[in-house]
Design a protein around this ligand. Structure first.
Ligand code: SF4
Length: 445
C-alpha cells in the first residue's frame, strides 16, 4: 500500500510539472513516504533526515517532506523534533501535497496536514507507475480489525471499499495499457463489499473475466474472511495466480485471541488443507510474529508445529516489538530480546529448510516466468516470478523484461529458483507443447 501511495505521489507531482531525479543534490523537493509497520522505521527516518543537514545548509530552497504512517502518527511533533522537515502530510491528505509545497515556498513556513478522515480518495489521484507491465490496483483502504499489535487502523482509518464499477474500469484501463500483472490491493481484501451485495469473490471473478487480463494477484487475505468460494475461483481461473498470502501470526490459540485475530489454529489448518486439496499448484506464504508479549514456550511450540503442518513456501518472520499507540504497546512485554532472538532463529531455520525442500521439487520442470528486471544478485542474469510467486533467476537479455518466458529450473535455494530459458525442441507429430495453468509442459499425443 505504501509503494502504491508513492506512485500516487509521483503521479500527482508529475501533473504539477515536477520531474523525478536520481541525484539528491539536484532535488528541489525530497519526499520520505514512510511506513511504520516494520521495526525501526522511525529511527531509520530520523537517521536519513539528519543526513540532510549539510544539503539544507547549502540549498535553502530545498523542501523536505515526510508523508505516510509516521507523518500521521507524529503530526506536528515531527516538525518539532526534526528542524530539517518543512512539510508533514498524512496518507489522508496526500492530495494537498502540491498546495502544501507551494504554500511552504510562498510563506516560507513549515506546515503539517494530517487529518484523521480521508479528505479525498487516494485512488482518485493520478498515478505514475514504476513498472509498465505490473500494477497495483487498490480495491479498498483502511482496516476495521484492530489486531492488538498493528498500527494500520490508527494511521489508515476505517475500512472503505471502492465502488465495484470503478475498480473494473481501472482494471480494464490497465489491461488496455499493456499491463500483464495486476495486484488487487487492500489491508484485508476478503472483506471487500460494494454495499450492493457484491463482495471480493464477485470482484475477483469480474476482473478475471476482462479479456486480455493475464495475471491477477491479490493481497492481503485475512484467515477469518478467506472463503472457500474464492479458493475455488482461483482453482478455476487460469489468470488468477496460484499464490495466497495468509498471515498466521501465531500457532497458539491463546496468543491468537490475545492478538484479536478472530480465528483459531484449527480454522487456519482447515483453510490450508482446502487450498492444498483444491489448488495443488498453489504456493502459500505467511507472516509470523515470535515473542509476542506473554508468549510462553508452549505457545511458541504451537507456532513451530503449525509451520511443520502447513509447510508454507515462504514466511516473513518478525520478533515482536510494540508499536506506540497500539493495544499491545500498553501491556507488559515479558519476553526478553535474547529470548525473542532465540525463537526467531529457530523458526527461521525451520522455515528455510521447508522453503528449500519445496523449491527443490521444481528442479527439472519448465515454468512460465514474468521477467521483472535484472537480478539483484548477479547482474548477468534476469529475474522474474512464476504464477505462484517463486522468484526465478536465469541468464538472459534485458529485452525480455516485461515478457513471459518459459524457464527450465536447474537449481533451487530457500529463497529463489535458478533456471535457463527453455527453448522448446522442434515439435514432431509425437511431441507438442501446451500451456496449462501458466506452465509449459511437454505432452505426447
Ligand atoms: S487485519 Fe490486523 S494486521 Fe492486518 S491491517 Fe488490519 S489490524 Fe493490521
Amino acid at each position: 500500500m505504501n509503494k502504491h501511495d508513492s506512485e500516487r505521489i509521483a503521479g500527482l507531482l508529475s501533473e504539477c510539472h515536477f520531474q523525478e531525479t536520481l541525484e539528491i543534490g539536484q532535488a528541489e523537493v525530497i519526499i520520505y513516504n514512510t511506513c511504520s509497520v516494520r521495526e525501526n522505521a522511525d529511527n531509520r527516518l530520523f537517521g536519513h533526515l539528519s543526513q540532510l543537514a549539510s544539503l539544507k545548509e547549502r540549498k535553502r530552497s530545498l523542501k523536505v517532506v515526510v508523508a505516510g504512517c509516521i507523518a500521521q502518527k507524529m503530526k506536528e511533533d515531527l516538525l518539532e523534533r526534526s528542524p530539517h522537515v518543512d512539510i508533514v502530510v498524512g496518507p489522508n491528505d496526500l492530495g494537498a501535497l502540491p498546495h502544501l509545497i507551494r504554500m511552504s515556498e510562498e510563506k516560507k513556513a513549515r506546515l503539517c496536514q494530517a487529518r484523521d478522515k480521508p479528505q479525498q480518495e487516494i485512488t482518485s489521484l493520478p498515478s505514475k507507475r514504476k513498472s509498465a507491465f505490473k500494477a497495483w490496483l487498490p480495491i479498498m483502504t483502511g482496516c476495521n480489525n484492530f489486531c492488538s499489535y498493528c498500527i494500520v487502523p490508527y494511521v489508515r482509518g476505517r475500512e472503505h471499499s471502492r465502488p465495484f464499477e470503478e475498480v473494473l474500469t481501472e482494471a480494464q484501463e490497465l489491461v488496455d495499457d499493456g499491463v500483464v500483472e495486476i495486484t488487487l490491493l487492500g489491508q484485508n481484501v476478503n472483506s471487500y463489499h460494494d454495499g450492493n451485495g457484491r463482495g471480493f469473490f464477485h470482484l475477483l471473478e469480474a476482473v478475471s473475466q476482462i479479456e486480455g487480463a493475464k495475471r491477477i494477484r491479490f493481497a492481503t487475505s485475512h484467515p477469518k474472511d478467506l472463503s472457500p468460494e474464492v479458493i475455488d475461483l482461483i482453482a478455476q481461473r487460469e489468470n488468477i495466480c496460484n499464490h495466497i498470502h495468509l498471515p498466521l501470526q501465531s500457532g497458539s490459540n491463546r496468543i491468537l485471541s490475545h492478538m484479536n485475530r478472530k480465528y483459531t489454529r484449527e480454522h487456519f489448518l482447515h483453510l490450508t488443507s482446502l487450498i492444498q486439496e483444491r489448488i495443488p499448484e498453489a504456493a502459500l506464504s505467511t507472516d509470523i510474529i515470535v515473542g509476542y508479549l506473554s508468549e510462553e514456550e508452549e505457545d511458541f511450540w504451537d507456532t513451530v508445529d503449525m509451520l511443520k503442518k502447513c509447510r508454507f513456501d515462504q514466511a516473513f518472520i518478525f520478533e515482536f516489538s510494540p508499536r506506540p499507540g497500539t493495544t499491545a504497546s500498553m501491556m507488559e512485554d515479558r519476553i526478553s530480546k535474547a529470548e525473542k532472538q532465540r525463537r526467531f532463529r529457530m523458526v527461521n531455520d525451520l522455515q528455510k529448510e521447508i522453503s528449500w525442500q519445496k523449491n527443490r521439487s521444481y528442479i527439472g520442470r519448465c515454468i512460465t516466468v514474468l521477467v521483472e528486471g535484472r537480478s539483484k544478485k548477479d547482474p548477468g542474469e534476469i529475474s522474474g516470478r512464476t504464477d505462484n510467486n517463486k522468484v526465478v533467476n536465469f541468464p538472459g537479455s534485458s529485452e525480455l523484461i516485461g515478457k513471459m518466458v518459459s524457464v527450465k529450473i536447474v537449481d533451487a535455494g530457500a529463497f529463489s529458483l535458478k533456471g535457463i530459458a527453455h527453448v522448446p525442441r522442434r515439435t514432431t507429430s509425437h511431441e507438442n507443447c501446451v500451456i496449462f495453468k501458466g506452465e509449459l509442459q511437454r505432452i505426447s499425443d
